[in-house]
Design a protein around this ligand. Sequence first.
Ligand SMILES: [Zn+2]
Length: 502
Amino acid sequence: MHLAFIGSRSQAGLQAPAVTVEIHLSSGLPSFHVVGLAESASREIRSRVRSAIVSSHLKWPDFNITVNLAPCEQAKQGTRYDLPIALGLLVASNQLPSSAIEKREFLGELGLDGSIRPSRGALSATLAATLDAHSMCVASTGAEDLACVPDSTVIAAPDLLSMCAILRADQPARVAPAPSSPPAAQFPDLSSIRGQPLLVRTLELAAAGGHHLLMTGPPGVGKTLAASTVPGLLPPLPPETQQQLWLLQDLTGDERLSTPPFRSPHHSSSIAALIGGTAKALPGEISMAHGGVLFLDELTEFPRAVLNQLRQPIEEGRICVSRAEHQHWYPAQFQLIAAMNPCPCGLAGSEDAQCRCTPDTIRRYRQGVSGPLMDRIDLHVTLNKPSTADLFSQPAAHDTSHGVRDRVRTARARQLDRQGCLNRDLSGDQAVALCQMTSQTREWLVNALERLGVSPRSTHRRLRVARTVADIEGVQCVTKDHLAHALALRETPPGGGAVKSF
Ligand SMILES: [Zn+2]
């Protein structure tokens, strides 16, 4: 036989479309060519595959070798096809029976010594192969994690020669799933925030309703610490979200974690790093925060163009990444937690020292963040430095992450039971309907809103927050107390100067 067809998988976002590696050996001058690839790229593959075959004491077929990756439009990315090409050559040159590759798919890079190295994106390939009732043959490294895919058959070997031996067996040994679940990331406890009861309560609200949060306060007030406690307050990820996150982590080579992620990109990050892109259209930070928290410190320092890009994923929970010929959708359902100083010097509203910024400078500083993004942030909280005595105070027993997590879990379950989504995602009309206010409460609210000069759009945000306050208490109807709490939480930062769209 001088022809072999061997199954593999390409990568398109989180999908892994099937690819058939076709090998044809014909007489003529010995050569090696991959259809659709430039001569230099073909030579690279040939060098690796040839060295691996020769180092494994197998015979390199001295034929005119043509390799085709079908369908042709599949991006021919990376080194993942080394293993299927090598095995295809062995089958085509009768060194391996064709039964060895039936109903099996192959993925892996080859070292010059014949060793098999894992490929990124092997998890989505294993999921897709399992759906097609095929087994997946990969490198030994990381194979245990792939074997955790339900109903999968994963066959693994450390090198090409061992893989050939395994494939010749009637029933090759399958890899056992990893014995323990992936590690859980550790987050600081809520009790480490001292002397800031309002902040602690707001963090609980943000976690319970999934609300986006903006903290404004002078440097050193503990904004980063506060943000990093939030993933520790969230309930375990739903299975579907967890799987999407593992696929993303597998694709980017990040460590697999079983807890909601916490991502804090620097303000100097490029749009591609934050939103997704690069030459290979890989997911960005907002997708890596899927199901968890995206923390943007120094919000005003982020370029406006970057912040504007956040609007679509915040609304749709996903992002389309397109670069050159690649276009992929990635999930990006994150909770935005942002922090900023009240003014360029950070001292506006502070009692310790005098702010020297002019009202004009402060206004320009705050307008660095676009209004439409601010509109999507339900909770705004202004922080002041706690007193020195507060730093030594004992936290209240009910304000530990453990205690709050239980309340958050119950409140979230209540929302999902009632409306199928978190309060963050309620439309204006839904928020009004679900608050179930009495006519007396409604009248009080209208008066309060008129007195405060609150815009209709801002009213809906406050209603969503009030609904969450009531859900934490387990109350069906939103009362004056809940509304008062929500109204108090969205305030203009200190330092004066009404800010557009706050
Ligand atoms: Zn200032």
